[in-house]
Design a binder for this molecule. Structure first.
Ligand code: ARG
Length: 468
């Protein structure tokens, strides 16, 4: 007997004269990362064994032993007592082999009427479903922190920007709630994706289904799936749901990254709009004065990593002939890393948002320069009968004149203002202040005080009534 045959511990050994090359073993093994699916794998196997017994395909005694054995294995894994063996390739075979070692014959019957192809598809769906629910909870923490920022300072005015140039005054609360909306859509997207994730592929077997009289509906119900897949070939090779999930996670990162970018800008001395909590910043090894926004910088950087995983899975599946191909094993590291990255980013951002403090005096000062109420002056003229285009031109000239003289619109005297247009009256000063400007913007979705107060209420109602 060759050394190789002795080493060949795989259950398909019958077909092979030679043992797997050690390098190939290392190359094909996934146990070191897919072991993370052990709970899902065991849950799937238990449901499968129960069903096999109900259908009379295996005895109830065998099913009982299988289920007991699997519970013990699960406890061993959780306690760190389980001996993982890379030569057994993946999580599925590690667990199956341990079961056979533990309970003998009965363990060898578990794999009746299934294949690792429908098994891994089931495990991954169970994992993604669980992670969608976790992401939903983490997103709610970020939303709560944003809502807290908004409701603590419902009347704080700050400059709003377009092209990163001061544009119009807005409420700090309005700015916070803009992100609340983004994360709301993220949660809705994940909920939608969950519908397509929550379908049971088990019973598709290798690719063609099985000749055993299995009850797929029973297994699906036991595992909390909403239904069963309709085509066995599709079911073992479909990873669309992963693409959807990674795309939804990518958008979460887009939103976190945009918010991070703002926190980085706002905490610079150029802006000085917010103080980030010390506990979420780091110092410099050389410059004693530094307090760096490394947390939002890392979140911004990690976004790229998650987008990369989305692209990786798209590329992995685009050229695959039906049905299962081993390329599909590559989806897992991408998936796990994306999940880890996004969940940590959400947790840390929830903390930083909850504890950051806007520098109110700086914001109040900032809204006073940059001609933020120029549009309000133009709107004022319109209300006094001047066509908007003409009003726009008049105010544009006034801004240019002020800029030349180094002053703001609010520094103009009544006579200077009056010279712009004879319809201008004393009440013009009401619209030139930042508060006046904000107060006027009461259209639905606008930054007006009344609208934002309602938005705070409806955001909090949304959080309380949202069902994932
Ligand atoms: N580790 C494999 C995966 O992640 C499990 C399925 C293996 N199936 C096979 N026919 N080799 O995709």
């Amino acid at each position: 007997m060759s050394k190789g045959l002795l080493r060949n511990k795989k259950p398909w050994g019958g077909r092979f004269k030679e043992a797997t090359d050690e390098l190939v073993e290392r190359f094909t093994a996934s146990e070191h990362f897919d072991r993370r699916l052990f709970r899902h794998d065991i849950a799937g196997s238990k449901a499968h064994a129960e069903m096999l017994a109900r259908q009379g395909i295996i005895s109830s005694q065998d099913a009982h032993n299988i289920i007991e054995g699997l519970s013990e294995i699960e406890a061993d894994i959780e306690a760190g007592r389980f001996q993982w063996r890379p030569e057994l390739e993946d999580v599925h075979m590690n667990i199956e082999k341990a079961l056979v070692d533990r309970i003998g014959e009965a363990g060898k019957r578990l794999h009746t009427a299934r294949s690792r192809n429908d098994q891994v598809a089931t495990d991954t769906r169970l994992y993604v479903r669980e992670q969608i629910d976790r992401m939903d909870r983490l997103l709610s923490l970020v939303q709560e922190a944003l809502l807290l920022q908004a409701s603590e300072r419902p009347a704080l005015v700050m400059p709003g920007y377009t092209h990163l140039q001061r544009a119009q005054p807005v409420l700090w609360a309005h700015h916070m709630l803009a992100y609340f909306e983004m994360f709301k859509r993220d949660r809705q997207r994940l909920k939608d994706c969950r519908k397509r994730v929550n379908i049971c592929p088990l019973g598709s077997a290798a690719l063609a289904g099985t000749g055993f009289p299995i009850d797929r509906q029973y297994v699906a119900r036991r595992l909390g799936f909403e239904g069963i897949s309709s085509n066995s070939m599709d079911a073992v090779s479909d990873r669309d749901y992963l693409v959807e999930f990674l795309a939804a996670l990518s958008l979460v990162m887009v939103h976190l990254s945009r918010l991070s970018e703002e926190l980085i800008l706002w905490s610079s001395s150029e802006f000085s709009f917010v103080d980030l909590p010390d506990a979420y910043c780091t110092g410099s090894s050389i410059m004693p004065q530094k307090k760096n926004p490394d947390v939002p910088e890392l979140v911004r950087g990690k976004a790229g990593r998650v987008f990369g995983h989305l692209i990786a899975v798209l590329v992995q599946i685009k050229g695959l002939p039906l049905a299962y191909n081993r390329d599909l094993q590559e989806d897992k590291e991408a998936l796990f890393d994306a999940v880890g990255t996004v969940s940590l980013s959400l947790e840390v951002m929830a903390g930083i948002i909850a504890h950051m403090r806007p520098r109110e005096e700086r914001l109040a000062e900032a809204v006073k320069s940059g001609f933020l109420t120029a549009t309000d002056l133009a709107d004022y003229l319109v209300k006094k009968g001047v066509p908007f285009r003409q009003a726009h031109a008049i105010v544009g000239q006034a801004v240019a004149a002020c800029a030349r003289q180094g002053k703001e619109l609010t520094d103009m005297t009544f006579d200077e203002l009056r010279a712009l247009h004879p319809n201008i009256e004393e009440d013009v000063f009401d619209v030139l202040s930042a508060e006046g400007s904000v107060g006027a913007r009461n259209c639905p979705g606008g930054t007006g005080f009344a609208r934002v107060k309602e938005a705070i209420e409806s955001a909090s109602l949304w959080l309380r009534t949202w069902k994932k």
